[in-house]
Ligand binder design. Structure first.
Ligand code: CP
Length: 310
């Protein structure tokens, strides 16, 4: 990718995604531009679209965008189309909506551990995956629900009712499918979100307000951070009570399939969603492998998006 310019435009904090996109671009010999909102001309009132146009004028071929609002990468992509450019836009996490490169690196991390004959369409058809925690605020959960169910896995979501609300079943069901829950079945509803997910035929998705049914015989457990920064005070559970009821601990892992592995997109609230010692146990934890996978997967994304341009 020598001669191509990748602009990392992170309007919201990040450690893993920003650094791995930067490293990925550098390993492919692209030039990188790093944008920090606090020291940028956003502080003087420049708009996001004008910021993007500024990078366009510097010759950006790709923009990697993170923002706290859903749809910002999409809006910038539309503006780039309107200007008849062929700048590539990569969503590095938009609000509570999607985090597609995280879901791809999670899928890569999981499938790297499996023996399978390639090509195989439903790679995870015999796997049960539990996603536990603050589902409603999680773009990682939304993207993973899509990729894991599309790969054939049986996906079980678990968390307190405030963080795994009944309406979530309607959000994730796409069009017309029923989602089975421990507390009834959610019927088909009109899509309420502007940014919903494509429908996946025969997806296997279950919701629980207790963690135990989700963990039973699970092959992989993905635990999620309580996103305090996106919660109003009444949603935030007591952290001690949350850990007691939903925290991933050595005792709870006994419910899972032997050889179970744990994922967490990071950053982690140690001792809340997962016990601190389990997080560091290489027998179970894939957290470091996820970070390492992130560089390779993002190299692939940049390469594919940039191919044909150099
Ligand atoms: N997983 C993830 O998106 O982490 P960062 O916020 O550190 O990029």
């Amino acid at each position: 990718m020598q001669g191509q310019v990748v602009a990392n435009m992170f309007f919201e904090p990040s450690t893993r995604t920003r650094s791995s996109f930067e490293l990925a671009a550098k390993r492919l010999s692209a030039d990188t531009l790093n944008f920090a909102p606090g020291t940028s001309s956003l502080t003087k009132g420049e708009t996001i679209l004008d910021t993007a146009k500024t990078y366009l004028a510097m010759g950006a071929d790709m923009m990697v965008i993170r923002h706290r609002e859903a749809g910002v990468p999409h809006a910038i992509a539309q503006e780039m189309d309107r200007l008849e450019t062929n700048v590539g836009i990569l969503n590095a996490g938009d609000g509570q909506h999607e985090h597609p490169s995280q879901a791809l690196l999670d899928l890569f991390t999981i499938t790297s551990l499996l023996d399978f004959e390639y090509p195989r369409l439903k790679l995870l058809a015999d796997k049960k995956i539990a996603i536990v925690g603050d589902i409603v605020h999680s773009r990682v959960a939304r993207s993973n629900i899509w990729s894991l169910t599309a790969s054939g896995a049986e996906v079980h979501l678990a968390g307190p009712p405030t963080l795994v609300p009944q309406e979530f079943a309607e959000y994730v069901q796409g069009t017309g499918e029923l989602v089975e829950t421990s507390h009834g079945t959610s019927g088909a509803g009109e899509k309420k979100e502007n940014f919903s997910q494509p429908s996946i035929p025969n997806r296997r998705l279950f919701l629980h307000w207790e963690v135990e049914p989700a963990l039973k015989d699970a092959d992989f457990v993905m635990t999620l951070r309580l996103q305090k920064e996106r919660m109003t005070a009444h949603l935030l559970p007591s952290l001690r009570e949350y850990h007691q009821r939903y925290g991933i601990t050595r005792d709870r892992l006994k419910l899972c399939h032997p050889g179970v592995k744990i994922l967490h997109p990071g950053p982690v609230n140690r001792g809340v969603e997962i016990s601190s010692e389990l997080m560091d146990d290489p027998e179970f934890s894939l957290i470091s492998q996820q970070v390492t996978s992130g560089v390779a997967v993002r190299m692939a994304l940049l390469y594919l998006m940039g191919s044909g341009k150099s």
